[in-house]
Design a protein around this ligand. Sequence first.
Ligand code: MLT
Length: 257
Amino acid sequence: MKPAVHSPNKPAMLFLHGYPFDSSMWREQVEHLAAHGYECVTPDLRGLGQNHFRGEVASMPDMARDAAALMDEMKIDGAVVCGLSMGGYVAFEFAHLFPERVKALILAGTRAPADNEAEKAARAQQAETMLRAGMVPISLATLPKLLAAKTLSDQPEVVKRVRKMIVNSDPRGAAAAQRGMADRRDYVSDLPSITAPTLIIVGRDDPIRPVADAEFMHQRIRNSQLEIVEDAAHLTNLEQPEAFNRVLFEFLSKLVH
Ligand code: MLT
């Protein structure tokens, strides 16, 4: 299906999802912002969701270029770029490749440094497990880290939705994304040159990308604001959509589009 062409009067948002998820993870944000007149661009990134990329490595710069090409098709010049976790890495690449297209940046549950050797090896191992045994073992191992204890106990529908996204991911695509993340560059030296207004969001209980990672970015991105979401781990926007939407919308309301 061809993407709709953008109405020039509407502000645009580009949402970049995490791994191993798909664009449906942004449903609550898209609904909220569409009701406030925003055009939301929500690609499925290489190898995930409906994006049937078949390469061995889904690189972060290629994902950023794909998003820019989709914006071109929709006739969108610039957007507020929001990425969660892997989507944050793609947002860093997007800001590096197309700085003039970034009206503002939202970095949720992500970090700037590249992987160390042990982390790269763990990704290679995970890719191998997925290709051999499918996505169920990964979903069982990662759910307790992706979601806060309170989410796991009190929000069974969120748990179900997250598990379904993981289990429905194509292992080949997910493995390609893992390899792409292992190969990603270090974004630390990009941080001082980011001039776009930036909102950094992190879950108070995120063991994957903890508050310290968010503080590190906040200290180095000069025009940044840090928001910590309570009762959330890695998937802040799904675990606490109201709190996430509130900080997002307050931030957007201060921007001049
Ligand atoms: C994600 O949620 O996108 C991943 O945890 C990112 C990563 O593995 O670095």
